[in-house]
Design a protein around this ligand. Structure first.
Ligand SMILES: *[C@@H]1O[C@H](CO)[C@@H](O)[C@H](O)[C@H]1NC(C)=O
Length: 342
């Protein structure tokens, strides 16, 4: 059969239609969140560090924080590191060959104890660069620690970590980007992306049988520092966390260290955003219970077993600033909460 022009056109049209149908199905089927497994230690415990808002080529005390992370990481024999986002300032990565990847990550976090998987979410500054580059697994050929995805789950046996892509929630990045450009490829339109994400998260948290449920995002839910609370997250994300008995929400975005207890649920909020530039000098209290606030640089460790979760904050010199322990009594989490804020 002769391959004439109109047959070729028809074939191209059919293929294009198939591609559209496939894309639509992918979209609407709300594919489950990617899930990774990470083993706990043989004694049934887990140790990790949390750092956020860091990629500044070592400046603003980033290197000092990194050195202390190395020491604490060794002492606690950590299993992995969590980054709460804003991994590369000011504008994310330009491409997969951007030198900033080595200058701000590989060449900074050099300690032996930090040669573990890093699970990273994206921050708003990452969205100002080439997001697809920062999400590209090709980066693992340069440094195999770097595991960055938009929203995903890490199951560490008795703990489930739910990593949530929070930047798209912030409405002002869409409506008032100012001089910044956000790379919304694979995200826009906002409403549909958020609805899908929340549906996936709801599904995954509902199914989770882990003893501890920990949610990690870049943006604050509750914060007394510069950015303060993120209203969109309190309205859209928090109800899912309450519904499924999340224990902790861990974030960055504000360049400080904080622990705030919710007054209307058992949720504890931890900010670990002191990876480099800090000292904003802003304090704006909210209605929840502030337990700890440090405006300077530092990081957090978290040690867990079936019964206990211990949080510790450290400064640039490795001094312990604050520690807090949560215990599981074995009783099931209450499924409803007193809501005194409505
Ligand atoms: C580095 O940390 C020290 C100790 O907290 C602090 O005095 C200094 O201002 C920090 N430097 C910067 C650039 O933030």
């Amino acid at each position: 059969m002769a391959w004439n022009g109109s047959a070729a056109t028809a074939m191209a049209a059919a293929l294009a239609l198939l591609a559209v149908v496939a894309a639509l199905r992918c979209d609407t089927a709300a594919a489950a969140l990617p899930r990774l497994g990470h083993p706990a230690k043989s004694d049934g415990s887990l140790s990790l560090l949390v750092v956020g808002d860091w990629g500044r080529k070592g400046t603003y005390n980033q290197s000092r924080v990194a050195d202390q992370m190395g020491k604490v990481g060794e002492k606690l024999n950590i299993d992995f590191v969590i980054s709460t986002g804003d991994n590369f300032y000011d504008n994310g990565l330009k491409g997969v060959h951007d030198q900033a990847f080595e200058e701000s990550f590989t060449d900074i976090y050099t300690a032996q104890s930090l040669q573990k998987p890093w699970y990273l979410v994206l921050g708003n500054h990452d969205y100002r660069g080439n997001v697809l580059a920062q999400l590209n697994p090709v980066l693992r050929k340069i440094d195999n620690r770097f595991i960055c995805m938009r929203s995903f789950i890490v199951n560490a046996e008795f703990v489930d970590f739910f990593f949530v892509d929070t930047s798209p929630f912030q409405r002002k990045y869409w409506t008032h980007p100012g001089k910044h450009q956000y790379d919304w490829r694979g995200v826009a339109p906002r409403g549909k992306y958020i609805a899908n994400l929340l549906e996936n998260l709801d599904e995954a948290m509902k199914k989770s049988t882990a003893k501890w449920k920990i949610v990690v995002g870049h943006h604050t839910m509750r914060s007394v520092s510069d950015h303060g609370d993120t209203k969109e997250l309190l309205k859209l994300l928090l109800p899912v966390l309450k519904e499924h008995g999340a224990d902790f929400y861990i974030n960055g975005h504000d360049h400080c260290l904080e622990h705030i207890s919710s007054r209307d649920s058992p949720i504890q909020y931890f900010t670990s955003g002191g990876g480099s530039k800090a000292w904003r000098g802003v304090f704006q209290p909210n209605k929840d219970k502030l337990r700890f606030f440090y405006d300077g640089q530092g990081f957090m460790s978290l040690q867990l077993n079936q019964e206990k979760a211990q949080f510790v904050f450290y400064d640039v010199s490795g001094n312990i600033l604050y520690q807090w322990t949560s215990s599981k009594t074995g009783h099931p989490q209450p499924s409803t909460y007193l809501d005194d804020e409505e």
